[in-house]
Write a protein that binds this ligand. Sequence first.
Ligand SMILES: C[S@@+](CC[C@H](N)C(=O)[O-])C[C@H]1O[C@@H](n2cnc3c(N)ncnc32)[C@H](O)[C@@H]1O
Length: 267
Amino acid sequence: MSENVIDEAMVAAAWDRNADQWANDVQAGFDVYRTLYTLPSFLSFMPDIKGKSVIDLGCGEGSNTRCFAELGARMTGVDLSRRLIAEARQKEAERPLGIQYENSSFSNMATLQPASFDVALSTMALMDGPDFPAAMREAYRILKTGGLLCFSVLHPCFITPATKWVRDEDGNHLGLRVGRYFDRTPFVERWHFSKRPSTDGIVPFEVPRFPRTLSEYINAVSDAGFRITKIDEPRPDTKLSEEHPWLARWYAHAPLVLFVEAAKAGP
Ligand SMILES: C[S@@+](CC[C@H](N)C(=O)[O-])C[C@H]1O[C@@H](n2cnc3c(N)ncnc32)[C@H](O)[C@@H]1O
């Protein structure tokens, strides 16, 4: 895959290739950052969704979508990957929660009616699509007046194309080196869940990434018409950092994720 021009078709193909192992690993609980840190923090940050009509943008195989449905929301999940949507539908068939799934881009949800959702959620997906401003315009279009958008992304100020931990000679983390913050060149990140019990026989995920600055994120939310109501940069708490020392660097030095909540204000 060329690393300089990455369009949505290439993103869809990459996630289709990742799909089987991604679904397996997430459902096996190997994504411990999600379980311990990013999802609990997001659940505390996001609005009450009980009884609401809610869309999950970039829902993947649907683990978080099912979690939101279990909180009492009427859920729709949207994802670009046909194979991840098939996996999500399969899980819905096995354990029905009333979730509808759409195979489309969050930057173009033409099949969805304007003003049809109370809340749009998105977890760790909007940094993986090439057109964030279009995703914000689409979220604005499909939300009802007074509706809320609430999303998480990798923190654009700290997870940059040249991020690297700086350590002392004993391996202790001294800080995070941030580099090439202004470099918006798309690239493909190859990785696996670091807490996976074994890496034997696995092919690393290939995840197309679209670096953006903090101002690009914030201005795109605002330019779409939203009023930003809340931002958070969650840390794992001290107890969690003591129990899982590998999480302590995200407590001590920098947040891994950025959370944004914004409202579609009335006229
Ligand atoms: C890191 S995964 C996160 C999935 C899910 N939200 C979760 O937390 O498990 C990123 C997801 O974004 C999806 N994605 C990337 N670009 C997209 C786009 N333009 N429209 C919809 N989904 C997209 C990918 O297919 C993938 O499922």
